[in-house]
Design a protein around this ligand. Structure first.
Ligand SMILES: Cc1ncc(COP(=O)(O)O)c(C=O)c1O
Ligand SMILES: [Zn+2]
Length: 389
């Protein structure tokens, strides 16, 4: 059932200087400052938050605060409204009183990338796009391929050659053209730019297109709604390009402005990376390396040497009084085994990384055992088994 609710989108704006860009045309990023574009909304008729429960069980229940104008353009496979699960056994063992996990692995194509790409492809369809291209660490490529398949669009996926086979094969099943590259996602990005230039395909690279962020922000709306409008103290998020983290924070700001959140402190946002590729952690620690020194991780999604939204990520970590932590590859592998065996969730390596980071932060007394802790498992571990043997 599709709601008749109207989007309250007003305009896009440069994340740095605020220069306005129209939402009536296809947009990429803010060329004024070489920064992402952020979507803004007007004040208008909003539901009472308690009435949301009557709406459809997907991320599209927040349609007023999403950019799609005509719901007939929606390209959806049922993304969102993933469960928040208490991790009871792990909590007991580690003396944590309030430990929860939102399982994004249950989304179509097995990751939170479904939210962003459902939104981006819906909006691209609305604006007349027929062909898309994406540089990807793995999950975004599968999601783009699937949504382009439903939309009847052509898709080209540019992926590191070392990505596990299943990420490659799913794109081909969905009918996309797959191009493999020696190197990480930054190298894929360069080739995708070249192909965009040559073919005119629409490039949906992370934060170089405005609406993936809008899809991902629905995680933040859901967290608030599912936790009965009382946000957790701490959110740990595995951070590559940063859209997940940024989207959740954007949702919190919007809900504050809507009056949906009572006067409460917002959660501390903790970005978790792998020691193989930790540009945000290194930037904070003043030990930044050249992008070429970072290597592939078993958590493919964290193998992002350069984040286009780096300035925005730093602002969120600072504003939320959070921080950034890195864990090593062996810890990530152990984390997958521990969570699977104790909680029955075959978590992605990215999700396992945040569990290991949490244990360290508790040990270092940076997180207290009584605090409400929410882990975002961004993907299903089923696609990564090749990395975990
Ligand atoms: C499972 C998983 N987790 C986390 C990330 C990182 O997400 P973001 O780029 O939004 O920081 C990715 C990106 O590929 C991913 O696939
Ligand atoms: Zn600007």
């Amino acid at each position: 059932m599709i709601q008749t609710t109207q989007s309250l989108i007003s305009h896009l704006a440069c994340a740095k200087c605020g220069t306005k860009y129209s939402h009536d045309q296809l947009q990429t990023y803010a060329t004024c400052c070489n920064q992402p574009l952020v979507t803004h909304y007007t004040k208008g008729q909003m539901p009472n938050p308690d009435d949301l429960a009557k709406r459809e069980n997907s991320m599209w229940r927040y349609a007023e605060m999403l950019p799609l104008l005509d719901q007939n353009n929606r390209v959806s496979l049922g993304e969102g409204m993933t469960p928040i699960i208490p991790l009871k056994r792990l909590a007991r063992e580690h003396h944590l009183e309030n430990l929860y996990l939102k399982d994004e692995g249950l989304n179509p194509t097995g990751s939170f990338k479904a939210r962003g790409l459902s939104m981006a492809i819906s909006k691209a369809k609305e604006l007349g796009v027929t062909e898309c291209i994406i540089p990807t660490a793995g999950n975004a490529g599968g999601a783009l391929s699937a949504y382009c398949a439903v939309a009847g669009m052509k898709a080209t996926i540019v992926m590191p050659r070392k990505t596990p086979l299943i990420f490659q094969q799913e794109c081909q099943f969905y009918g996309a053209k797959l191009i493999l590259v020696d190197g990480l996602i930054d190298e894929c990005g360069k080739l995708a730019n070249q192909i965009t230039h040559d073919t005119g395909a629409f490039n949906v690279s992370t934060l170089k297109e405005p609406y993936r962020l809008e899809g991902k922000k629905t995680m933040g709306y859901e967290i608030a709604e599912q936790m009965k409008w009382q946000l957790p103290d701490i959110i740990l998020y595995p951070t590559g390009g940063g859209t997940g983290l940024l989207g959740i924070w954007k949702a919190f700001q919007e809900m504050r402005a809507l009056g949906w959140l009572t006067d409460q402190p917002l959660p501390k946002m903790i970005a978790v990376q792998t020691a193989n590729c930790s540009p945000i952690v290194d930037l904070i620690n003043g030990t930044a390396s050249s992008p070429g020194s970072y290597t592939m991780s078993i958590a493919n999604g964290l193998s992002v040497p350069v984040a286009f939204g780096q300035d925005m990520i730093m602002q969120v970590l600072q504003a939320s009084k959070g921080g950034a932590v890195k864990v090593i590859e062996e810890e990530i592998k152990q984390g997958v085994h521990e969570i699977s065996a104790k909680e029955g969730i075959l978590i992605s390596p990215e999700g396992a990384a945040i569990w290991q980071a949490l244990k360290r932060l508790v040990q270092d007394e940076k997180i207290q055992p009584h605090q409400q802790i929410l882990l975002l498992n961004t993907g299903s571990g089923y696609k990564y088994l090749e990395n975990l043997n």
